[in-house]
Design a protein around this ligand. Structure first.
Ligand SMILES: *Cc1c(COP(=O)(O)O)cnc(C)c1O
Length: 387
């Protein structure tokens, strides 16, 4: 395959010629995951039905949920399945408390506005984790709250939220917990035998490293059984999707065939790497190499190490006026690496991801490219502006 026309001479590139994606999705997939897509199957083909059943079972196994949880996959990007989870689990008479410390928590609040679900937002600054004590007080003070929603790794900053404590408190108050684990699922352990929740959602294209196009909800069967009639939307009704798929093994509407095929291969590679433990280890090494290297170049990460998930790292923008994100981005792209702008209100930042089919060699390549880009832009000092 041809390299992008604007890739520089000698640019690092993936085996198929594109730049490495150091972003939180879409992200770089392995050549074998891409190759797995080169087949066409009809919806009723028994190959596809078998692969789909296998995919659903393996996803339940990742949370050790066999016997009590089922997997309901859904067409679309991650947000589609987040919206489907809210609309399916929260009845129109319910009230949901949303724990917000970034853009993805805010997105759930917006979804509730669209769906006309009664909501309460408990907000923390983007550089601070969710506070379990605040949740405890809010639930104690409002018995009308039926559901709690939380983001596992808030990708806005890369912060890790204390999901176990949130689950404990929510269960102690007898409310239902819904988790958006999009950017953590497959790299950070969630064990349904130890943590109580009614639904968790993630997608094909983050830590599981398949191509984009499919999300999935792992739902506690007893809770899902009670959601009939809740959804305002046919396409996003997880109850209906589940019942139909249990009935004939097929998707209700055109299945994302090629993503299912890539996901099947990606799950094989995930298991070969040692599952959550193996994948988490590679990403943690990526994260450490990246953070140490950027610090050596003078950059400051936004978060202290104990709040940082090994998924994506937010760096503060240098105060030097010659540092301009677009020029920095363009220079890195020419060298074969794509980074991500910041999404913060508290500080001027940019982000570099640790996830996808890449390892130490690519992170070190990216660090060398950052050093060259700084030279080109004439920046000697990467100290951020004082907060
Ligand atoms: C990526 C992500 C989503 C979904 O985003 P899409 O762009 O719709 O795939 C939702 N929540 C979190 C925490 C994410 O990181």
């Amino acid at each position: 395959m041809d390299r992008p026309a604007d890739a520089g001479k000698g640019a690092a590139a993936t085996p198929t010629g594109e730049p490495w994606l150091l972003t939180p999705g879409p992200l770089t997939t392995s050549p074998s995951v891409k190759t797995a897509m080169q087949h066409d199957f009809g919806s009723r083909d028994h190959h596809l039905i078998d692969i789909n059943a296998r995919m659903r079972k393996r996803l339940v196994d990742i949370i050790h949920g066999g016997g009590s949880y089922v997997c309901v996959p859904l067409q679309g990007s991650g947000t589609f399945v987040v919206e489907a989870m809210i609309g399916t689990f929260v009845p129109q008479s319910g009230r949901i408390l949303i724990l917000v410390n970034g853009a993805y928590g805010q997105r759930i609040a917006r979804i509730c506005d669209y769906l006309d679900r009664d909501k309460i937002v408990l907000e923390r600054p983007e550089n601070m984790a969710i506070d379990p004590a605040e949740l405890d007080a809010a639930l104690a003070g409002d018995p009308a709250i039926t559901h709690v929603a939380v983001i596992h790794c808030e990708t806005t900053t890369g912060i890790l939220n204390p999901i176990e404590q949130v689950a404990q408190i929510t269960a102690a108050h007898g409310r239902s917990l819904l988790i958006d684990a999009m950017s953590a699922f497959g790299a950070i352990e969630i064990d349904a035998r130890r943590i109580k929740f009614d639904a968790i959602v993630a997608s094909s294209n983050k830590c599981l490293e398949a191509t984009p196009g499919l999300g999935f909800c792992l739902a506690r069967t007893e809770a899902l059984e009670k959601t009939k009639g809740n959804s305002h939307s046919l396409a996003l009704d997880l109850y209906d999707q589940w019942r139909a798929m249990e009935g004939n093994g097929q998707w209700r509407f055109t299945p994302p065939v090629h993503t299912i095929l890539s996901f099947d291969q990606a799950l094989r590679e995930f298991e070969a790497e040692g599952g959550v433990t193996g994948r988490g280890k590679r990403y943690s090494e990526n994260c450490r190499t990246l953070t140490d290297g950027m610090k050596k170049l003078g950059f400051q990460p936004l978060l202290p190490a104990e709040l940082q998930a090994p998924i994506i790292v937010t760096f503060q923008t240098p105060s030097d006026p010659r540092f301009e994100f677009q020029a920095f981005y363009d220079s890195l792209r020419k060298k074969g690496y794509i980074i991500y702008p910041g999404k913060l209100t508290v500080a001027d930042t940019f982000r570099i991801g640790c996830i996808g089919a890449l390892g130490k060699e690519q992170i070190e390549g990216a660090l060398a490219a950052v050093a060259e880009a700084l030279d080109e832009l004439g920046i000697a000092d990467c100290t951020p502006a004082a907060a």
